[in-house]
Design a protein around this ligand. Structure first.
Ligand code: NAD
Ligand code: IPM
Ligand code: MN
Length: 351
């Protein structure tokens, strides 16, 4: 199998090294040939060459079995245009409409919610990933004056809403789950979110064993904190999904823990930690690599390598339980050492 590896910026580079270390260990243990091709696209590359992603970049990416991205974002590129082209561009151009973001607490010591255990925090967020407010439709008129008008349109299509809501239900059905919650803001956003309401109402009856519930997004945020155990699957739009998955990450121990997949079932998909490039931590060997490493687990799982994915999850869990982790979750290791603890867990299990 061949993987495109885009370390990107800041701590993205450091956590990607650890993800690669773990992937290599998995390849060795299970006897797979994993070809990892590093692509240099990043803020550095853009500042040196003026190129964010080459003209044939997306076609190049489509040739791989999967893509891994560390993180993109650098204060030297204030408009973040390289991140837009590389990260959002890949989501849009490869039509990766499912943003799968599991929220799973591994150890109750890591959860900031009082008294919550791994049983209470174990759900999956499906974030629509190709439309909504992210499409960049709009414009500015009289920019820079006191008469400036800025318009940013939210795009909701039947096809886009239908395929992500259906995916959420199908995921629940395949895993024997019994609850899917859709979150929108249809009380205020009476056009676009009426479409979400319609699609959800139309699809729900096709899944008789699954209880379909709805919350407005503000109430959902409140219930996530108050009673996370009620959630199994949450489906929502692009922006709301972005926001609630940072909140969900805190339940897991922080942004350093959260993993994600940007998936078009059956096609080349992209995997990345939920966190960004955290410039203040860059180059200090302090970033938590678990979100990145767990994302490689999602990548292998999506490619059908179940045992390999479980081996990664098991090694992460063991490192967390043993406290062989970075400072943000109470350990004393650096990024490299924490990555090595997980990789060696995978290797030793082979013995
Ligand atoms: P961020 O996720 O980079 O960091 C926010 C804070 O979360 C950090 O200051 C740190 O305290 C904590 N954190 C994040 N990752 C961590 C890790 N691995 N280990 C330990 N702690 C961690 O978010 P931000 O500061 O809002 O954004 C920084 C840059 O990253 C921006 O340019 C932003 O656009 C970009 N960004 C990129 C992605 C991506 O590539 N997928 C995601 C989010 C933000
Ligand atoms: C994420 C990030 C991105 C997003 C940014 C960097 C554009 O926050 O992947 O969660 O908003 O999707
Ligand atoms: Mn985000």
């Amino acid at each position: 199998m061949n993987f495109a590896i885009i370390p990107g910026d800041g701590i993205g580079k450091e956590v990607t090294s650890e993800a690669v270390r773990v992937l290599t260990a998995v390849g060795e243990r299970f006897g797979h040939r994993f070809d990892l091709e590093q692509l240099p696209w990043s803020a550095d590359y853009f500042l040196q060459s003026g190129v964010t992603i080459p003209p044939n970049g997306y076609d190049q990416l489509r040739e791989f079995d999967a893509i891994f991205i560390g993180a993109l974002g650098d204060p030297r590129v204030p408009d973040n245009r390289h991140a837009r082209d590389i990260l959002l561009g890949t989501r849009f151009e490869l039509d990766l409409y499912v943003n799968y973001r599991p929220v799973k607490l591994l150890d109750e010591r890591l959860c900031p919610l009082k008294g919550r255990t791994p049983e209470d925090v174990n759900f999956s967020v499906f974030r629509e990933n190709t439309e909504g407010l992210y499409v960049g439709v709009g414009g500015r008129f009289k920019a820079g004056t006191e008469d400036e008008i800025a318009i940013q349109e939210e795009l909701n299509t039947w096809k886009g809403v239908h395929r992500i809501v259906r995916h959420a239900f199908e995921f629940a059905k395949a895993r024997g789950l019994t609850r899917v919650c859709m979150a929108d803001k249809s009380n205020a956003m009476q056009q676009g979110h009426a479409l979400w309401q319609r699609v959800f109402r139309e699809l729900a009856p096709q899944y008789p064993g699954i209880e379909a519930t709805h919350y407005y997004i503000d109430a959902l945020a409140m219930y996530m904190v108050l009673d996370p155990g009620q959630f199994q699957v949450i489906v929502t739009n692009n922006l709301f999904g972005d926001i609630i998955t940072d909140l969900g990450a805190t339940f897991q121990g922080g942004l350093g823990m959260a993993a994600s997949g940007n998936i078009h079932p059956g096609r080349t998909s992209m995997f990345e930690p939920v966190h960004g490039s955290a410039p203040k931590f860059a180059g200090k060997n302090v970033a938590n690599p678990i979100g990145a490493i767990a994302s490689t687990g999602l990548m292998l799982e999506t490619l059908g390598l179940e045992s390999e994915a479980r081996a990664i999850d098991t090694a992460i869990l063991r490192a967390v339980r043993d406290g062989h982790v970075t400072q943000d979750i109470g350990g004393r290791l650096g990024t490299r050492e924490a990555g090595e603890a997980i990789a060696s867990g995978i290797r030793s299990h082979a013995a």
